[in-house]
Write a protein that binds this ligand. Sequence first.
Ligand code: SF4
Length: 147
Amino acid sequence: MSFLTKSPWLLHYDGSSCNGCDIEVLACLTPLYDIERFGIINTGNPKHADIFLLTGSVNFQNMDIIRNLYSQIPDPKVVVAVGICACSGGIFAECYNVLGGADKVIPVDVYVQGCAARPEAIIDGVVKALGILDRRYKDLKKIKVAS
Ligand code: SF4
């Protein structure tokens, strides 16, 4: 993560989860798991975010919100789907109003399995996302230098 001149900020959006995965995401912020040791800060503003973390499945009510939030996050950015609902729709996949996982509406970079996803798995997924963010930042810099 040599490029990081600031802490990577994370935007968490709960699509339509049962809140099980959200509780585990919050656990990552506690001193026990302490995700801030990687410099990660939870933000409520998509314009300040680098990582878009989603929980819950995508449905007809939230699909435009997810697309809107994604479009507001500046490049480079990465998307992490947390929990089987965000990965594939999970137990809600067959519901009449559910489209499936987050990748039905936006590109997903990291899939964190589990129901609920464990804090260790979430942190592992976010750290993988930081590596992807690093590569994207370097690619973006190359494009800017070349143009
Ligand atoms: S993956 Fe399980 S715990 Fe997480 S939102 Fe879905 S049903 Fe709830």
